[in-house]
Every structure is written in structure tokens, then in C-alpha cells.
Write a protein that binds this ligand. Structure first.
Ligand code: KIV
Ligand code: ZN
Length: 519
């Protein structure tokens, strides 16, 4: 029996989100994010695409074995070996689901060169096959929003008859708009026999910036599952952001009277972790989780908020787990205070991890009088991105710069062996990167180099993000330090480490070509 008041949250950060070029996560990172999603009450976690690689299979299968609350779902193309492999990975979950899909729009039908009738047969065969393995089957007509309505109704009916329990309607290229998104769901509910016995899902990409609005419009029309990712991570412009749809429904119960299982106080923590492990920082003005989402800069706004917080705030920071209690941190703060503060910020550390972070914290406190929350978050980003097990590690750096030119001297560990180099460059960052390239020759091209001041003042830490590309693979790195040049080299070396890991796991061009969905 479908509960019409409940909207199921299907999180695909670990599948669609991880498809963002460069957002690759390690096995342990995927498990950690899955645990956080499970704890926050996500109904269905799409944990990966088991046939895509051995690594994906292992991650889906390990996540399936440990999930306590969530249904664990794997993705499969409309191919029997894909579906079998997917079932192999999810079968040990308390609640497993197979999600199979095929592109149904004219453009997507042309790729495997199937006629409408031939594709209809493939859908019947593959959904029936999935249903024989698992009683929870989701089917998606990829590019549904550009599929002819008559054909869409026909194939949805076939999938329902073959046993699909959820029908997902993807706006694969972010092409639809809210009224059209709602009309499409209404049309399917009216025209397709059996539509009232299954759940319709909405899966929106954000190419025109309408993903969240499109998803909520679909819910208004009768969809009862929203597919989304943390921070809106995903292919190109990303997906519907989990935090946006969940908070929109919570804040506007008057017009969207639906319930979810999500514990919204866990939002900020998971948003930060996903930003760290994916290497995709959250834009400052992003709704709900951006650094500025609860900041009031103008005098009028500050005055209003001080008199009555509701003048300019439609939700409380605490609703998403932003704790305002501010313990002042500085060089006299001890380990217990650091642990408590980090817990407040959403980081629960084991003793060993705390020991390592405490050393870095003390080093920072020696250089910087006041340590703000943002400094600690940057410190955590740095610890997550650069570890003592990395193949390449920065050991020591000296840079001379000024109007006479720039020269850098660098010592690094390469697989534990110390190497050094001295280079000049066009500016200090260029000089240091030249040293890295001399020590570890690479063809990787620098695609992004970005510096953000974490807080204000000339002693502020800088967070540097670097993105590299080699043979179509992408690696990202991020690091923070009060010394911008040191942060730059650590971020660059971090990106090289990720690229190296990626080249061991994937074929060339894995990040830049769209080959994964070909039938
Ligand atoms: O965007 C899309 O169409 C997808 C499908 C695999 C559901 O991600
Ligand atoms: Zn998608």
C-alpha cells in the first residue's frame, strides 16, 4: 500500500554523483558516506554500478552487507549479465533493489539501433529477469522527458507488467521545466494501466538550474520518490540536491504536506564530508549548505535578525545541524576541547585520528591567533585529502620570490624514497609545480587552480583546489595552509595521487567520454 503522504528519498551520490568527472571516491570513503546516508534516514541508497568495475562491485556489495535502515540499490543496463552482476552485489542487503534502465528517446534508441518494438521486447525481457531475482525492481526510461508520450506510456506499461515496483522518470539532460515535469507524471498516472500500484520517481539533472523545482513539481503531480545527491553532485551541472528538496518540504509544509525519514540535523555534516571526499567544494551561496546560507552581511539584515531572527531566516541553522555554540579555540586549547568542537562541527574522530589532527591544530595555532570554525573544517579537509599513506608526499619546501624572479626548492617522498629538486618558474606557484614535475614527471594538464581565503585577515588560511587531467582521467586535490604556496603544492600532489589511483582502476578516457550507457 503506497503512503501518499510520504516521499521516499533515493540518494545517488555514490552512483550518479560519483560520475562527476574527478569525483571518484575510494572504497573506504564510499562506505563512510553510505553509513552517513543510512544514519540520516535515506530510504534508498544507489550505491554504484556493479558491472562497471571490480571496485564498484565491491563497494556496492560491502555497503549492502552493512546498511541498517536503507534499501541498497545497484544500477544495471538493460543487459542480462549487468542485472545478474547487480543482483550478486545487492543480494545480501536487508532490503535489496535492482535498478535497470534503457534510453527510450529517439536519440537514445538510435545508439543501439533498436526499433520501438525491439526495444519494447528488451524492456520486457530485462525487467522480468530482474524481477525473477529480486522483488524490488526499479526501471528507468533514460531521457524520458524527450521520449514521445505514446511510446513512454507503452514502455512504462510493459515495465509495470513485467514486475517493476518503481518507475523512475529521468530528466537525463536537465531539459524539462516545472510545469512540464508535473504534467508528465500526471499524464503517466492517468494513461498507464497499473500506474496507481507502483511508485513514480523523479530524477532531475540541473543543466538549466531547475532540478530541485522540477523534482518538487513532479511530487506535486503524484511522484513519491525523489532521486537526489548530497550537494547536488552529479554529471555536468549535477542533480537535484537532497538538502534542497528535503528542507523545502520541511519549511513549506503548508503547500508540500509530505513527510520524509530524513533527520535534517545530519545534513551539514554529510554535506561537508561529501565535499571533502569528492574534492568538489560547495559554492558559498549554495542553498542550505553554502557557507553564506545563514550569513547576514548588510546592516539592515543584521539589525532585523538581532531583533527577530525570523525577519530574514526561514529556517534555523540548527535544523540542518549547524551548531552556533562557539568555543573559542587557540593555542591553549587542549585535546578534549578540540574533540568537542570537532564533534559540534560534525566530525567524530577516533583517538589516532584526533592525535594527528591535534598536531596539525597546534601547528596552525602557533601561526594564527584565532582559530575559527572554517579553519577547523579546512584542517579536516586537509587531513582527509593528504595522508601519510600517499604515494607522493611533500616533505619540505623553500621558495624565494620577489622582483628578481622566483625559485623553489622542494623535497618529496616518492613511494617512501626522498627526492629533491630546485627550479625556477613564472611566479612562485609555477616554480614549485616545476619542482614536482622534475621529481615526478607527468603529462597531466592543469585544468583548475583555485585559491579561497578561509577566513578574513592576512593570517588567514588559504584553501587551494587543483584539478588535473591525463588521458581523459581526472584527479582533484585540495589542501589548506596559512602559506598559500605550501597549500598549492599539497593540493597539486594530492591531485597527482588521485590521478595515479584512478589510472590503476579505470580505462583511459573514463572521465571525459560518455561511453558508460551504450547498449
Ligand atoms: O540521468 C539518468 O537518466 C540516469 C539514469 C541511469 C537513471 O542517471
Ligand atoms: Zn542521472
Amino acid at each position: 500500500m503506497i503512503d501518499k503522504n510520504r516521499v521516499l528519498i533515493f540518494d545517488t551520490t555514490l552512483r550518479d554523483g560519483e560520475q562527476s568527472p574527478g569525483a571518484t571516491m575510494t572504497h573506504d570513503e564510499k562506505l563512510e558516506i553510505a553509513d552517513l546516508l543510512d544514519e540520516m534516514g535515506v530510504d534508498i541508497i544507489e550505491a554504484g554500478f556493479p558491472i562497471a568495475s571490480e571496485g564498484d562491485f565491491e563497494a556496492v556489495s560491502d555497503i549492502a552487507k552493512r546498511a541498517k535502515f536503507s534499501t541498497i540499490c545497484g544500477l544495471a543496463r538493460a543487459k542480462l549479465p549487468d542485472i545478474d552482476r547487480c543482483w550478486e552485489a545487492v543480494q545480501h542487503a536487508k532490503s535489496p533493489r535492482i535498478h535497470t534502465f534503457i534510453g527510450t528517446s529517439p536519440l537514445h534508441r538510435a545508439i543501439p539501433n533498436l526499433t520501438m518494438d525491439e526495444m519494447a521486447d528488451v524492456i520486457h525481457e530485462t525487467v522480468s529477469h530482474a524481477r525473477n531475482l529480486c522483488d524490488n525492481v526499479q526501471w528507468s526510461p533514460m531521457d524520458a522527458t524527450r521520449t514521445e508520450h505514446d511510446y513512454l506510456c507503452r514502455v512504462v506499461e510493459i515495465a509495470i507488467k513485467a514486475g517493476a515496483t518503481t518507475i523512475n522518470i529521468p530528466d537525463t539532460v536537465g531539459y524539462t521545466a516545472p510545469t512540464e515535469s508535473a504534467d508528465l507524471i500526471r499524464m503517466l498516472l492517468e494513461r498507464v494501466p497499473g500506474a496507481d500500484e507502483i511508485i513514480f520517481a523523479t530524477h532531475c539533472h540541473n543543466d538549466l538550474g531547475m532540478a530541485t523545482a522540477n523534482a518538487l513539481a513532479a511530487v506535486d503531480a503524484g511522484a513519491r520518490q525523489i532521486e537526489c545527491t548530497i550537494n547536488g553532485l552529479g554529471e555536468r551541472a549535477g542533480n537535484t540536491a537532497l538538502e534542497e528538496v528535503v528542507m523545502a518540504m520541511k519549511v513549506r509544509q503548508d503547500i508540500m504536506p509530505y513527510q520524509t525519514h530524513i533527520d535534517t540535523t545530519k545534513i551539514m555534516n554529510i554535506s561537508r564530508r561529501v565535499a571533502q571526499v569528492s574534492g568538489f567544494p560547495v559554492q558559498f551561496n549554495k542553498a542550505i549548505v553554502g557557507k553564506n546560507a545563514f550569513l547576514h552581511e548588510s546592516g539592515i539584515h543584521q539589525d532585523g535578525v538581532l531583533k527577530n531572527v525570523e525577519t530574514f531566516e526561514i529556517m534555523k541553522p540548527a535544523d540542518i545541524g549547524l551548531n552556533e555554540a562557539n568555543i573559542a579555540m587557540g593555542k591553549h586549547s587542549g585535546r578534549a576541547a578540540l574533540r568537542a568542537k570537532l564533534k559540534d562541527l560534525g566530525y567524530e574522530l577516533g583517538d589516532n585520528q584526533l592525535k594527528d589532527v591535534f598536531v596539525r591544530f597546534k601547528a596552525l595555532a602557533d601561526r594564527k591567533k584565532e582559530i575559527y570554525d572554517e579553519d577547523l573544517i579546512a584542517l579536516m579537509t586537509d587531513s582527509a585529502a593528504n595522508t601519510a599513506d600517499d604515494y607522493l608526499q611533500v616533505k619540505w619546501l623553500r621558495v624565494v620570490c620577489g622582483s628578481d624572479g622566483q625559485e623553489a626548492e622542494l623535497k618529496m617522498l616518492v613511494d617512501g624514497e626522498e627526492k629533491s629538486s630546485k627550479c625556477q618558474g613564472d611566479g612562485p606557484v609555477d616554480a614549485v609545480f616545476n619542482c614536482v614535475k622534475e621529481i615526478y614527471p607527468t603529462q597531466a594538464k592543469l585544468k583548475l587552480y583555485q585559491v579561497h581565503a578561509v577566513t578574513e585577515g592576512t593570517d588567514a588560511q588559504a584553501t587551494v583546489s587543483v584539478r588535473l587531467e591525463e588521458d581523459g582521467r581526472i584527479g582533484t586535490g585540495a589542501a589548506s595552509d596559512t602559506d598559500t604556496i605550501l597549500a598549492s603544492v599539497k593540493a597539486y600532489v594530492g591531485a597527482l595521487n588521485r590521478l595515479r589511483l584512478r589510472s590503476q582502476k579505470t580505462a583511459p578516457d573514463a572521465d571525459v567520454k560518455t561511453v558508460s550507457y551504450k547498449l
